[in-house]
Every structure is written in C-alpha cells, then in structure tokens.
Design a protein around this ligand. Structure first.
Ligand code: NDP
Length: 240
C-alpha cells in the first residue's frame, strides 16, 4: 500500500527536500505552497509531485485543500507541517502584524492542518505527523520573540497531540533544525550569517537532506514507537 503524505511548504527549502525524500521512499506526496508559482512548477516538472496552493494560516483554506487532496490522491496518512515564516524585529519595535502573521502561519497552521487530518487518522488507526520547530524555539533568539514563541509552541502542541493520539496508532514528533541553507536563511545579512556559522561546531550550515533523512525515518513504518519527541538537527550548535 502506498501511503499518502502531505508536506506544507513542500516546494522550497527544507520542505522541498522532505517532499522529494518521501517521494523517493515510495509515498504518494502532495506539496503545499502559498504563492511562489515558479518554485512549485519546478518541483512538479522535475519530480512529478503534485502541488497545491493554499494559505496554511487560514483554517477554511486548509479544510478545503485537504478535502481536495484526499479526493485526488486518497486519505492522508502522513502530514509534515513544515511551512513557516519569519518577521524579525526587536520586540520593542515589533508590530502586532509581525506578531500575528508569524503566530498564525507557524503555530496556527498546526491547528488548521492537524485538525483537518486527525479524525481520518484516528478512524484508520494509523498516522505520522512531523512538525517542524526550530533551534530558536528551543533557545530563544534576539529579534525573534514572535518566531521563537511560535516554534516553542509547536513543541508543546506536538507533545499534547502525541499523548492524545498514541492509542490510535498515530505518532507525532517535532524536528528542530538549526541554520540551514534555504531562502529563509538567505535573508539573514551576510556578516551575521558568518558569525552564526562560526558558532556551529560542524562548521557549516545544514542542508535540506540533513533534515529530510530524519523525517524519512520518523515517517517510516518502523518508527511506530517514537512519539512526542523533539529532534535537534543543528550541527551541535545547541544542546538541551
Ligand atoms: P523557505 O522560506 O525556504 O520556504 C518556505 C515554504 O513554506 C515555501 O514553500 C512557502 O511557499 C511555504 N509557505 C510559507 N508560508 C506559507 C503559507 N502561509 N501557506 C502555505 N505555504 C506557505 O523556508 P525554509 O525551508 O527555510 O523553512 C522551512 C521550515 O523550517 C520553516 O517552518 C522554518 O521556520 C523551519 N526552520 C528553518 C530553518 C532554516 O535555517 N532554514 C532553521 C530552523 C527551522 P511559497 O514558496 O509559495 O512562498
């Protein structure tokens, strides 16, 4: 049986790496994106992975989008909540909009997407949910009170849903990447990035496949006893 996997933010960066890895593992993958049509088209052309555009911060859009994917491909067995944004600012200058956009996209999407798939997984007694957190949700970061709060929230959400879902054959785990080479980190000023890399014991940024290999493992049938965990993938930059 080919499992069906949904990867939010699956057309660029870490999500693209995850979508491709799961596709190569033999799953039927659908990738969700917001508006970058060029990146979506490239993924679809290069891999044949179907892409769907909707805003994961919008509950109704998620309900409708999930139904569409289920009609097109089948019931969703695997959900990777990867879509995320930054709106960095020192807190004393942070606007309500910067706060809300990040909370709605990074944390609101956890509710919106999981709520849409959880009942089907409970009925079918099988599910794999992977939520992408961040090193900065674990340790905090200057200029990222909104982002760090949202990513710390992802961990509390993951643990709670794991507890509620364990008896139904559903595992729920979080992955907390360190700094990885994607468009999101490309937006960090070069001198700051140099300082960040100097603070990574492995001496390099992470690559999408550093994260996708772990997600592959967590999604596999063999990972059925791993739930409620948070995995750091950060080259040794931060250890709890
Ligand atoms: P990118 O900015 O490279 O890609 C983001 C992806 O998410 C794109 O596909 C984008 O779609 C999609 N997306 C963003 N907002 C929405 C939305 N509202 N609805 C639907 N899709 C959306 O991000 P990264 O690959 O760098 O990051 C992926 C995840 O990993 C994020 O959650 C991030 O916080 C986390 N992370 C990243 C780290 C890094 O160093 N890169 C470190 C730690 C955590 P579109 O292309 O249409 O804009």
């Amino acid at each position: 049986m080919r499992r069906v996997a949904l990867v939010t933010g699956g057309t660029r960066g870490l999500g693209r790496g995850i979508a491709i890895a799961l596709h190569q593992d033999g799953l039927q993958v659908a990738a969700i994106y917001r508006g970058n049509e060029a990146a979506a088209r490239t993924l679809q052309t290069e891999t044949g992975i179907p892409v769907y555009a909707w805003d994961v911060s919008n509950y109704q859009a998620c309900v409708e989008g999930i139904s569409q994917v289920e009609r097109d491909i089948g019931p969703i067995d695997v959900l990777v909540n990867n879509a995320g944004i930054t709106r960095d600012s020192m807190f004393h200058r942070m606007t309500e909009q910067q706060w809300l956009e990040v909370m709605r996209t990074n944390l609101g999407s956890m509710f919106n997407m999981c709520r849409g798939v959880i009942n089907g997984m409970r009925e079918r007694l099988y599910g794999r949910i992977i939520n992408i957190s961040s090193i900065n949700g674990r340790k905090g970061q200057v200029g990222q009170a909104n982002y760090a709060a949202s990513k710390a929230g992802v961990i509390g959400f993951t643990r709670s849903l794991a507890l509620e879902s364990a008896g139904k054959g559903i595992t729920v785990n979080a992955v907390a990447p360190g700094y990885c080479e994607t468009d999101m980190v490309g937006a960090v000023p070069a001198d700051l990035l140099k300082t960040i890399v100097a603070g990574i014991p492995m001496g390099r940024l992470g690559q999408p496949q550093d994260v996708s290999r772990l997600v592959s493992l967590l999604v596999s049938e063999q990972a059925g006893f791993i739930t409620g965990a948070t995995f750091d993938v950060n080259g040794g930059q931060w250890m709890p």
